[in-house]
Design a protein around this ligand. Structure first.
Ligand SMILES: C[S@@+](CC[C@H](N)C(=O)[O-])C[C@H]1O[C@@H](n2cnc3c(N)ncnc32)[C@H](O)[C@@H]1O
Length: 181
């Protein structure tokens, strides 16, 4: 988020066709819940396009990138690497330490699709489980980001949006972003 060290989300193991929707949702969730960037490994240009389109309409800043190789990103990350996995330490046990580290350093959050190679477990500073139950990378990412930002992401301001949703009890209202209430 603005004025804080970067948070990037690295999505491993994208299988074109099969994972298009999940990879897109990783990008949208990263954007909506306070991350600055999403990095998609492999042939995920469709997901990048969708996320870029949402950013253009609903605001940013947020960057989505397609990359070929994840190993250099993890190895050369100048900050903390958190790999989300059901086999990891409990998020509630490590969240304070990661938050403290994020006060000074960028955080790379790694999520998988299919089986994640073991070197990722070894290279990560933290392997973190959002419960030790198998579920979804999108759900794990959402809970982790909310814990990382301690809820601040819900108050975030969006720049360069051309539309804005007006929260309401019933119904749907979307206005030009510059419009006064
Ligand atoms: C559908 S899972 C498949 C994981 C795969 N079976 C493996 O052993 O690596 C896809 C991704 O969701 C995330 N995930 C699923 N359950 C999780 C949990 N309880 N805590 C944290 N991340 C989780 C992980 O990032 C995982 O790589």
């Amino acid at each position: 988020m603005q004025d804080e060290p970067d948070v990037a989300v690295l999505r491993l193991g994208h299988r074109p066709g099969r994972d298009d929707r999940m990879t897109t949702h990783i990008g949208l969730t990263a954007r909506a819940l306070g991350a600055d960037r999403a990095l998609f490994v492999g042939d995920a240009s469709q997901s990048k396009e969708t996320v870029d389109d949402i950013t253009a309409r609903f605001g940013g800043p947020f960057e989505a990138e397609v990359i070929e190789s994840y190993r250099p990103i993890i190895r050369e990350w100048d900050g903390v690497v958190v790999h989300l996995t059901m086999y990891g330490e409990r998020v509630q046990d490590v969240e304070a330490e990661v938050r403290e580290a994020h006060a000074d350093e960028p955080v790379l959050v790694v999520v998988g699709a299919e089986k994640v190679p073991f070197d990722v477990y070894e290279e990560a500073d933290y392997n973190v489980g959002v419960t030790s139950q198998p579920h979804s990378e999108v759900a794990a990412l959402a809970v982790f980001l909310d814990r990382l930002f301690d809820g601040r992401e819900l108050e975030r301001e969006w720049e360069d949006a051309d539309r804005r949703v007006v929260p309401m009890e019933t119904g749907k209202r979307v206005v030009e972003a510059d419009d006064e209430e």
